[in-house]
Design a protein around this ligand. Structure first.
Ligand code: GAL
Length: 425
């Protein structure tokens, strides 16, 4: 039984906006919305907001009688949103739906009894055949499905400024062939007096770390980090951490003050050579009217083999939300062909459904589609696919200690190994 709960005061961080519903009510007496849906995300700025706006436009067409309430909380990767969400869930004040990731992150909410099984909606929306099996598997626990996916993203991408690289004498006609060649390029950029690699605050450093682990270990060994098959205190992880340390040594001093848009912007502005960020960055380059292959380059961080660093955004049906009918409407839109097409185009994602017509996708997005279909899949740490929220928090703390100089490499590795020990339970 869903009960209405008292609403807590909304902190200033939340930008609450509404899209007025325009449908007649059932009596024909007015235009008020019949229900509403507060959609809690971290798509609050830049290309992420553009993606949300595109989705809201489709929502308004498909469900004109449902008022959209924007509960977005700024902070990339949910860095501020997730804590606030947890307080609201604990206080019995859930939004009608919230953004989560397919994969291990869902277990936290499932174990706490905070989200509902949405298998019936999956059937009702005809999604079983439209969503690839490997994605469905990441949304399921014991035959139940706990969220509806809106899109898939690739995490392990390097973005480079063609001008900065060429000025430093780096050939941009093909990407570096190995992680060590990439490191040599960073050294060359350092010598040229520019920031070789821009990075932002802790979560973006974890994002960089996971890309290095994927590249150094390859898919099987990387994936083994999360089921115990690969030791976090082993030599290959040490080799990855040494390369991560070298990369951090080539980053911008203001890194802890920036979120991903600020770090990526340094490449867009020609103030840095490279940035490692998920493929939502493509929308920022496109917004700046830069042309792939001419003004900037994009490639997977090179390593042992080609891998697709995987994450998928998905939306939940929390227990105890006030307007389950509003949530149902939102979930229908995010899972619809039109919703997924609009969101993907605006945000540089690929659709979670396989039956969306991708003919108008850019060269970059076509590449992401091919990579998802062909390459080995490695689940993202920073974006909740590989690790629970608690495990990610422990990895983030260890990473921040290391990059701020409070721990050395051996201490970092043993903190990561400890985090894995408690993370796997
Ligand atoms: C991820 C999310 C992406 C994008 C990114 C940057 O966690 O899945 O859709 O929003 O964070 O904030």
């Amino acid at each position: 039984m869903i009960q209405r709960r008292p609403l807590l005061a909304l902190p200033a961080l939340i930008s609450v906006g509404t899209m007025a519903a325009c449908g007649e009510d059932s009596t024909g007496s007015g235009t008020a919305a019949q229900t509403s849906v507060e959609v809690f995300t971290w798509w609050a700025q830049g290309s992420e907001k553009a993606g949300l706006d595109a989705l809201v436009e489709v929502f308004a067409t498909q469900h004109p009688d449902v008022e959209f309430v924007n509960g977005a909380v700024a902070g990339g990767a949910g860095s501020a949103a997730k804590d606030l969400l947890q307080s609201r869930l604990r206080a019995g004040d859930p939004p009608e739906t919230f953004q989560a990731h397919a994969g291990a992150e869902l277990n936290d909410y499932i174990e706490a009894g905070q989200i509902q099984d949405v298998s019936a909606l999956l059937d009702e929306f005809g999604l079983r055949d439209a969503i690839p099996e490997r994605l469905l598997a990441r949304l399921s626990v014991d035959q139940a499905i706990y969220s509806i996916p809106s899109n898939i993203h690739r995490s392990n991408m390097v973005w480079g400024s063609a001008t900065v690289l060429n000025d430093a004498g780096i050939d941009t006609s093909s990407p570096p062939a190995s992680l060590d060649e990439f490191l040599e390029q960073l050294q060359r950029l350092q010598g040229a007096g520019v920031t070789p690699l821009s990075v932002g605050t802790t979560w973006t450093q974890v994002h960089l770390l996971e890309a290095v682990l994927m590249a150094q270990l390859g898919a099987d060994a990387y994936n083994g980090l999360f089921d115990g098959a690969t030791a976090w205190d082993g030599a290959e992880v040490t080799a990855a951490l040494e390369r991560f340390e070298a990369m951090i040594g080539h980053t911008n001093p203001d890194r802890d003050d920036l979120d991903w848009p600020g770090a990526t912007q340094q490449v867009i502005d020609g103030a840095a050579g490279y940035n490692v960020m998920g493929d939502w960055a493509i929308a920022a380059f496109e917004q700046a009217q830069l042309v792939l292959g001419e003004d900037f380059v994009a490639f997977e961080l090179p390593g042992r083999e080609k891998v697709f660093g995987f994450l998928a955004d998905s939306f939940t049906l929390p227990e105890g939300a006030s307007h389950p009918d509003g949530a149902r409407a939102w979930l229908e839109t995010v899972s619809s062909v039109d919703g997924q097409l609009a969101l993907s185009l605006a945000k540089g994602a690929i659709p979670a459904r396989t039956d969306v017509d991708t003919a108008e996708f850019s060269e970059y997005m076509q590449g992401a589609l091919t990579s998802f279909a062909q390459d080995a899949i490695c689940s993202s740490i920073a974006h909740g696919a590989a690790t629970s929220v608690a495990w990610l928090t422990a990895i983030s703390e260890a990473t921040s200690q290391f990059t701020t100089g409070a721990s050395d490499l051996a201490g970092y590795q043993s903190a990561l190994a400890d985090a894995a020990g408690s993370g796997r339970g």
